[in-house]
Design a protein around this ligand. Structure first.
Ligand code: PLP
Length: 418
């Protein structure tokens, strides 16, 4: 008897990758406090959180805010407050061109639902070469779409010509694009002039009749650490650009609100043509109904109360500043190490935001990861044979120097052996 005799074609294709979660489980075993694998934020070794949401676990929720079903599209008050948040931080002026955000069970769920609505087998999907590993399951395995990746960097800048060439090489009149800034795994965000070049080009192509669905994964939105970085979502430039461009913003409480376990995400649409909005929202609700039916009531209500709390913004700013201090220290430490370990074979990819930074490696990235794990009790994530990712969001300031010393010294040793 073979399991395949029972499985659907999706059941046959799907698998659990030996990716971040498996590598994290290994790091938990080997590393005491030098474990920079998981995409969360920690302070003094414990998970970070906002007091304005934590307080509601000890008091204040009424039974209906915990036990009732929520509407399919989510708690109306939460959707409205999230809409205001999107409008304010992105300085959206034409509010009629965006829909009320729809609540999902986390950003993964937002992305998966979006792909189920806008892509299918062989749909052309364009994205940069460095992306969150779970996109493979969503795009390749679940959707069976055709991925086209382009070279992400030209020096320290976004590689606009590679992006244009990639789009120009596609013959189809229907293209899905997936952007994620701050990016996982590199920690890179565009500058405003780069965002403008992207959107000008898309407008030009849209005028030629190509229909674009631009999915914007804003998981790490607001964690910008440099003045030169564009501090709005690409959604702010796309939501009313052209009737042939549909912008889909996938974001959520996960990282923005330090609420990884809440499992609350959103989908918000924007387009110059609003005539199909009602139908589109209704279809999205249909997709939710046959998938998760509706999202967690308790988490939605705590998130709502937390966002209404007067201390909320101040608490978020505090958390962001904690991460910014680490970012600055990581930059300084890497600068020093580059001088000290001249033969490390490590190349830094541009980073200026979010949770992560990545190195390209000259030795096999998985060998480097395993050696760091076993001989240095130092945990990071490897992607393929050439890239390692470090989640400095989990490293307290006093651990950063030692962590990078281990990475550089281990890499140099392996590099000299090869
Ligand atoms: C780029 C990116 N998008 C989405 C997610 C998933 O978010 P959620 O936990 O809300 O599903 C992650 C989580 O690591 C991520 O890095």
């Amino acid at each position: 008897m073979s399991l395949n005799d029972f499985l659907s074609s999706f059941g046959k294709r799907v698998y659990l990758p030996n990716g971040i979660l498996v590598q994290n489980a290994q790091a938990v075993e080997y590393c005491k406090d030098l474990n920079a694998t998981a995409g969360v934020a920690k302070l003094n070794g414990s998970i970070m959180y906002l007091d304005s949401s934590m307080n509601y676990f000890s008091n204040s929720l009424i039974p209906s805010e915990i036990y009732s079903y929520s509407p399919i599209g989510g708690n109306k008050k939460l959707r409205e407050i999230w809409l205001n948040h999107i409008i304010n931080v992105n300085e959206i002026s034409n509010k009629d061109n965006i829909t009320l955000p729809i609540v999902t069970a986390g950003i993964t769920n937002s992305l998966s639902l979006t792909f189920s609505l806008f892509a299918e087998k062989d749909t052309d999907v364009v994205l940069p070469e460095y992306y969150w590993e779970n996109y493979n399951l969503i795009i390749d395995i679940q959707t069976q779409a055709k991925k086209h990746t382009f070279t992400m960097f030209d020096g320290n800048n976004f590689n606009i010509s590679s992006f244009k060439n990639c789009i120009n090489s596609i013959k189809s009149k229907k293209i899905v694009i997936l952007f994620n800034f701050p990016n996982n795994p590199t920690g890179f965000t565009l500058q405003e002039k780069e965002a403008k070049k992207i959107t000008d080009f898309l407008k030009e192509k849209a005028r030629d009749g190509i229909k674009f669905t631009v999915i914007i994964d804003d998981a790490y939105f607001s964690l910008f650490y440099e003045d030169y970085v564009f501090k709005k979502s690409l959604f702010s430039m796309l939501y009313n650009l052209d009737s042939n461009i549909l912008a889909v913003k996938c974001d959520g409480a996960t990282k923005e609100e330090l609420a990884w376990g809440f499992r609350i995400g959103f989908i918000t649409y924007g387009c110059a043509d609003t005539s199909f909005f009602d139908e589109l929202v209704s279809k999205t609700l249909g997709a939710i109904r046959c998938n998760i039916s509706n999202s967690n009531t308790c988490a939605q209500n705590i998130l709502y109360h937390s966002m209404m709390n007067l201390k909320h913004n101040q608490e978020k700013e505090y958390a962001k500043n904690e991460l910014k201090k680490r970012y600055n220290m990581v930059k300084d430490v890497i600068n020093d190490m580059m001088g000290k370990y001249k033969d490390s074979g490590l190349t830094v990819l541009p980073f200026n935001s979010g949770y992560f930074m990545s190195f390209l490696t000259s030795v096999d990235a998985e060998t480097l990861r395993l050696t760091l794990l076993r001989q240095y009790s130092t945990g990071l994530v490897s992607f393929g044979s050439k890239l390692i990712r470090i989640a400095y969001s989990v490293l307290d300031l006093d651990k950063i120097q030692l962590f990078f010393e281990n990475v550089f010294s281990c890499s140099e040793k392996l590099n000299k052996v090869v």
